[in-house]
Design a binder for this molecule. Structure first.
Ligand code: FHN
Length: 577
């Protein structure tokens, strides 16, 4: 995806992006009428995310809109929400000013279906939040659903009340969406960002109109990556999706604390604080921002399970925030098996998710290390270290003597003070546990014809793999040769559908494994959207008999096209046997 800069020069774009790059962590708030049914309609549990209840249960407009008459969030307290975001260490707040159900949380002259005119509460909650954000120095940003509006006869999404063939999207844009976007940009002072969502089949001219409205009214306001047609100030990842490798350019992962965005009484699938902190550092290590959601109740209360987790994250950030705020991606493009790396000029932060042996080895660091210490150690006591080079494989290795007990129960950070800009070997290096991780999106693609039909999808896979002529290649530095099991990781569709039985092979130059992709195991990857699963298929064994550089090739010898889904390849792992 290419992101445009609104005709701004790169320098002024960089200036505009500065607060956002420094922030790294923001609060998403999904709040609206859907908090009232909280996932249950007519006594029946409705599947899926809470804010989609109107759509999932096909609730007619005249029934759903009655919820507005019952929306009376007497416990709402803008100051409390803002205080929580601050305590969590979040630096911006993005709230659903209008979600797909069409109900606006702000006072709108463009539609009476809004918090002030349609509810007994009558208060402009957005104005109250704007005031508190300003006091607290938090950037306020607005989510706005520009294409879907299930309440409006001419917008997308509601085919149970309205006939899609008779809809006039331009009319909806003119009479509701654009005027409302202008309202949120003029009623509440300086806004950090407009966060558009689900552009669907919007035309480029329509996208431009939505984006231009922002830049004309507030030139410093950012636009996220879901305005449509790759236009925006940065790239938005798929929901809950963390890319498998470092990415170029700015990007953000919007993510949930449980499975839903809008409050759902029975969604208790809360992520642990440890996994949330891991995701935060993982995202920063790949160059992104983490926009983490809360779904307040109809009374205006942020669920206790969310509050607890956010406060713990804030506590961790108070001590370890140096490795997150204003930090850049890892100097290495690849993931580390033990955790993730973030950096600043003269500093490398090793964020340990699993605390290693006392004698830890980091492969590939080329910068000269001047000092190593634990970030939470106030005295910055020196950790003994040694740097050398493995001549057989030409891999630089840094050995650090660590304490036997981990300093932090979530993520422990070791700081390396280095000379100059941190630099790491960009090669794929065998991991310290002996495994070799070959990410599909970091392969070079050899195709017999010019160009390739394969694309890097928003969910971290190489997609659109429907023909056999492509060969993926990786250059790997092997430290410990041996025999390896070949595990292929492919991804299901949203909802779990998967097309298997493709025949694939992996060639190390001296041995080859071929096999059919069968579902040996299905699992969730915490770095992927919850609705997509990973399928593990073991296709055989290969050998690499010497240390040093090896070229490894992977190809599909036969693709099963029955369902037309093709192969969505995430990675191939070589596991030492
Ligand atoms: O459909 C919405 C969904 O309800 C939620 O708002 C998320 C947040 O990123 N965006 C859409 C799906 O991607």
């Amino acid at each position: 995806m290419t992101t445009e800069y609104n005709g701004d020069s790169k320098a002024s774009h960089n200036e505009k992006m500065q607060w956002w790059r420094e922030a790294r962590f923001g609060m998403f708030i999904h709040w609206g009428l859907y908090a009232i049914p909280q996932g249950i309609w007519k006594g029946k549990e409705i599947d899926g995310i809470g804010e989609w209840i109107m759509h999932r249960a096909r609730i007619p407009v005249n029934k759903y809109e009655k919820l507005a008459g019952a929306f009376n969030p007497v416990e709402f307290n803008a100051k409390r929400w803002v205080k929580l975001a601050k305590r969590a260490g979040m630096k911006y707040l993005t709230i659903t000013s209008k979600h797909h159900d069409g109900f606006a949380l702000f006072k709108s002259n463009a539609s009476p279906y809004n918090m002030v005119d349609a509810t007994p509460f009558k208060r402009d909650v957005i104005a109250e939040l704007a005031k508190e954000c300003k006091k607290a120095g938090l950037k306020l940003c607005f989510y706005y659903s520009q294409k879907q509006d299930w309440h409006h006869p001419d917008a997308s999404g509601n085919d149970w009340d309205f006939n899609p063939d008779e809809q006039d999207f331009a009319k909806y844009m003119e009479e509701k969406a654009l005027p409302q976007v202008k309202e949120i940009l003029t009623q509440y002072g300086p806004i950090g960002m407009i966060w558009y969502d689900t552009p669907q089949d919007i035309t480029e001219a329509q996208t431009r109109a939505f984006v231009d409205a922002v830049y004309e009214l507030q030139p410093d306001c950012l636009v996220n990556g879901r305005a449509g047609h790759d236009i925006g100030d940065y790239r938005s990842m798929g929901d809950n999706m963390i890319p498998p490798v470092r990415l170029k350019g700015d990007w953000e992962t919007p993510a949930t604390l449980n499975d839903t965005w809008g409050f759902k009484k029975n969604d208790k699938n809360w992520k642990s604080t440890k996994s949330l902190v891991c995701r935060l550092v993982d995202i920063v290590s790949k160059g992104g921002n983490y926009l983490l959601n809360v779904g307040p109740t109809a009374e205006g209360v942020i669920p206790n399970a969310s509050v607890k987790r956010l406060k713990r994250m804030g506590k961790w950030l108070k001590v370890n925030g140096e490795s997150v705020y204003g930090a850049s991606a890892s100097p290495s493009p690849h993931e580390q098996s033990w955790g993730s790396i973030t950096s600043k000029p003269g500093r490398v932060y090793l964020n340990f998710v699993s605390w290693p042996d006392r004698k830890f080895k980091l492969y590939g660091l080329q910068s000269k290390v001047k000092k190593a210490y634990i970030l939470s150690d106030r005295k910055k006591k020196d950790l003994p270290f040694k740097q050398e080079n493995f001549p057989d494989s030409d891999v630089d290795v840094l050995r650090i003597n660590l304490h036997s007990s981990r300093p932090d129960k979530y993520v422990s950070v070791v700081v390396l003070k280095v000379e100059g800009e941190p630099e790491m070997d960009p090669s794929i290096i065998q991991q310290a546990d002996g495994s070799v991780v070959l990410e599909a999106v970091s392969a070079s693609i050899q195709s017999p014809e010019e160009g390739s039909q394969l694309v890097s999808g928003r969910f971290g896979t190489l997609e659109n793999w429907l023909r056999t002529e492509h060969v993926l290649q990786w250059d790997v530095k092997v430290i410990k040769p041996g025999i390896f099991d070949v595990m292929v990781f492919s991804q299901t569709e949203h909802g779990g559908e998967w097309e298997g039985a493709h025949r694939v092979s992996l060639d190390t130059g001296e041995s080859k494994a071929s096999g059919e992709l069968l579902e040996n195991e299905r699992k969730s990857n915490p770095r992927t959207d919850v609705l997509r699963k990973e399928i593990l298929s073991r296709i055989g064994r290969v050998m690499v008999s010497r240390a040093g550089r090896s070229t490894i090739a992977f190809q599909a010898d036969h693709l099963n096209t029955e369902k037309g889904l093709g192969l969505k390849l995430r990675a191939v792992h070589l596991i030492p046997v």
